[in-house]
Design a protein around this ligand. Structure first.
Ligand code: GDG
Length: 466
């Protein structure tokens, strides 16, 4: 393509093998490798006073350009508006959403700072691709600075139901900011539908053939489900390190079956509900005692936000209680691990698991579900249990789809998964892995960038006379 791709996201983590900063980083670092362009964002460092000083490096084959932020920025923009207001609200936890004016101010200030500092990097024929809920107003800030390039926005988390979004003070202003983009992408048809309903029913907009018109402007909208770097992940699953870990896990199984979960330690991932559903399976299936265990890897995340400290304490308590109630001298029903593993190690552990248990209460996509499938042994694949509220459920219909709020349903699926005959496991896995390979991260990037290139410019006034 002509013109470079400039990717902008809150954090920049180009990495190939090590522990990661979560799903967005994993996806973007794979998408940008071997692609001409720049990845711009916050370094993760805090400084006494904002300088706008850019630091440019090559990381894992990607040119990255980062800035440092002030402590107040991090508190109000990142820990505040992004992670205490938008994240809970967009994950249906309106009870946890905090609305504080200082957060709004910090969010606006940091978006303006991003715009000021990225501006000198932008050349006339570049395409700009902005990511996620931290940076919704960035397109508007760039337009105010006279940037005429094509600018796209992709939301990695769900778009909430209309009335939920309307609980956000200034929700119209935030939605209006999306109309500064030429293209706005969502993970799923479900999110796209929720956005349509908001635009049509709440702000009297019009949606026609992939184009939204409201606030006197128009922009293209679409669903672009994010995928894995499938060849990279499959190669990691076949590596020496993965093999060592598969072997190590199998040895420690001692003939037992393993159920596995991997998540950032986040209340949206449904970990407490998952532990309780597993307990339900133990209570109602005494013959499974000592013959199965749950390995839950939960990497601590957003430690400075109180709701994350609370969920961590609850999970310690619930896993401790279940282990106390059921453990025997040589069996612990839950192995609960709060550290992170390298990607190849993780792939090896996934491969040793009979069941992948992915039960978020709400999730934009969920890449763990796809990684679990990609890591399986084709001759003897495990079973994926997947929440109906993960975006991935729209694509992964051959998983055992469950309601994560129902302990009985999840417990039934666990029993069914552990007992599933090889022929059925293979049949389901073949369909799933085909999807993971074809709808991969490269397809996601290409579909989005192609749509961005062909989108009509957003600065045309809406045609319906709104
Ligand atoms: C957001 C959206 C959307 C976890 N522990 C370790 C580790 N991880 C990696 C996983 C996976 C990633 O983190 C988690 O990705 P998810 O997609 O499951 O979830 P979020 O972090 O919430 O990501 C989500 C995503 O953005 C992309 O659009 O799918 O819905 O919420 O890749 O493997 N990686 C390593 N060690 C760990 O211990 N190496």
């Amino acid at each position: 393509m002509t013109g470079r791709l400039i990717v902008i996201s809150n954090r920049v983590h180009a990495s190939e093998g090590g522990a990661t900063g979560g799903g967005l980083a994993t996806a973007l670092s794979a998408a940008l490798r071997e692609y001409s362009g720049v990845w711009f964002g916050w370094s993760g460092r805090t400084v006494g006073e904002f300088t706008g000083q850019l630091s440019v490096q090559r990381q894992a084959g990607v040119t990255v350009s980062t800035i440092d932020l002030e402590a107040q920025d991090v508190e109000e923009y990142y820990n505040g508006y992004a992670n205490r207001t938008l994240w809970p609200l967009f994950h249906y936890r309106v009870d946890l959403a905090a609305y504080e004016r200082s957060f709004d101010q910090g969010y606006a200030r940091v978006n303006a700072r991003f715009a000021d500092t990225v501006l000198p990097l932008i050349e006339a024929d570049d395409f700009i691709w902005i990511h996620d809920y931290h940076l919704i107003p960035l397109g508007r800030e760039l337009r105010r600075r006279d940037v005429r390039n094509r600018i796209g926005f992709f939301l990695h988390i769900p778009w909430p139901a209309r009335r939920l979004f309307a609980t956000l003070p200034n929700h119209r202003e935030l939605a209006e900011a999306l109309f500064e983009y030429d293209l706005v992408g969502f993970q799923t048809e479900d999110s796209l539908q929720a956005f349509r309903e908001y635009i049509v029913d709440e702000v009297d907009g019009v949606i026609e053939a992939g184009e939204a018109q409201a606030f006197g402007r128009s922009c293209r909208i679409g669903a672009f489900p994010v995928g894995l770097d499938a060849p990279g992940f499959e190669a990691a699953a076949r590596s020496q390190a993965a093999d060592t870990w598969t072997g190590r896990m199998r040895e420690s199984l001692n003939g037992r079956q393993m159920i596995m979960g991997v998540d950032r330690l986040d209340y949206s991932k449904g970990l407490e509900e998952r532990f309780l559903a597993y307990e339900e399976a133990l209570t109602t299936t005494p013959e499974a005692h000592e013959r199965v265990f749950l390995l839950q890897i939960a990497t601590p995340s957003r430690n400075e936000v109180p709701a994350y400290q609370e969920i961590r304490a609850r999970l310690d308590a619930v896993s401790g209680r279940i282990n106390g109630a059921y453990a025997t001298v040589d069996w612990v029903p839950i192995r609960y691990v709060n550290r992170s593993y390298r990607r190849d190690e993780l792939a090896g552990i996934y491969r040793a698991a009979d069941v992948g248990l992915v039960t978020p209460l709400r999730d934009g996509m969920n890449l763990v579900a796809k990684e679990y499938v990609a890591a399986q042994d084709p001759e003897d694949p495990g079973v994926l249990i997947l929440s109906q509220f993960a975006g991935a459920a729209e694509q992964m219909r051959e998983a055992l789809i469950v309601n994560p709020f129902s302990r009985e349903e999840v417990a039934d699926a666990i029993r069914r998964g552990l007992a599933m005959p090889l022929a059925e496991r293979r049949r389901r896995w073949e369909v799933l892995v085909h999807g993971v390979r074809t709808e991969d991260v490269g397809a996601w990037r290409d579909n989005f960038v192609d749509a961005l290139k062909t989108a009509p410019p957003s600065d045309l006034p809406a045609t319906s006379g709104l």
